[in-house]
Design a protein around this ligand. Structure first.
Ligand SMILES: *[C@@H]1O[C@H](CO)[C@@H](O)[C@H](O)[C@H]1NC(C)=O
Ligand SMILES: *[C@@H]1O[C@H](CO)[C@@H](O)[C@H](O)[C@H]1NC(C)=O
Length: 196
């Protein structure tokens, strides 16, 4: 074999090995995730932590992972009907068309004000993400939202989404930082912090 051919073959071999065994991205990690998951214990541990019903899995690496999906909420979201639900377009009647509503925020604040603060959204995750399990024990976190002259309803919707879609014990606090707003609507009601 010519030396160059040999070189190319060697490179190809190294590439294949990397493709298969690279941690997290290699084919082996996909296989491990699908097939080597061990000992599925339903419920019990979840309950003792004061969480809603969930499934705990112990992996071959000894770490406990949990199916964090809140199927109850997902089902409730699917059943919602109304304007803007499921992230669908909001049809404007002729008498609702008014360009001035875009002026202050760059989006239609009239529409935002008329969509429920806890509106549903479609699940646009990649199908593989929907079966992903995350560690059972996760640290809590502070969520900091800086805003400047933000539309009141969109700001409230943000806070609703966080509290509605995050397990309570993972939110330590939500901090709203008013970054020098000069519009009366956002100035008065928001303090500097809001506990979760
Ligand atoms: C949620 O539903 C999916 C699909 O039906 C199921 O595989 C999963 O175990 C459920 N998860 C929980 C925590 O109930
Ligand atoms: C967040 O986690 C820390 C460290 O575990 C804990 O000390 C603190 O009490 C938690 N905060 C809340 C609000 O749960």
């Amino acid at each position: 074999m010519k030396r160059r051919q040999k070189r190319v073959l060697q490179m190809a071999f190294v590439f294949m090995v990397a493709l298969i065994f690279l941690p997290n991205v290699g084919l082996w990690s996909l296989y491990r995730e699908k097939h080597l998951m061990k000992s599925h214990e339903a419920g019990e541990q979840g309950f003792s932590l004061g969480l809603s019903e969930g499934h705990i899995y112990t992996w071959t690496d000894g770490l406990r992972r949990r199916d964090w999906h809140d199927n109850e909420s997902i089902r409730r979201d699917e059943l919602r009907v109304g304007k803007g639900e499921h992230g669908k377009p909001y049809p404007l009647a002729e008498d609702e068309c008014d360009d001035s509503v875009y002026k202050e925020n760059g989006f239609n604040i009239y529409v935002s004000n008329n969509i429920a603060l806890d509106r549903s959204l479609p699940d646009i995750r990649h199908p593989n993400c929907k079966t992903k399990l995350y560690l059972e024990s996760l640290p809590n976190t502070s969520i900091i939202i800086p805003f400047h002259n933000e539309g009141w309803s969109s700001l409230l919707r943000t806070i609703h989404s966080i509290s509605y879609r995050t397990p309570d014990h993972l939110i330590a606090e939500i901090i709203l930082v008013d970054d020098y707003s000069d519009r009366a609507t956002v100035q008065s009601p928001v303090g500097t912090t809001a506990g979760s």
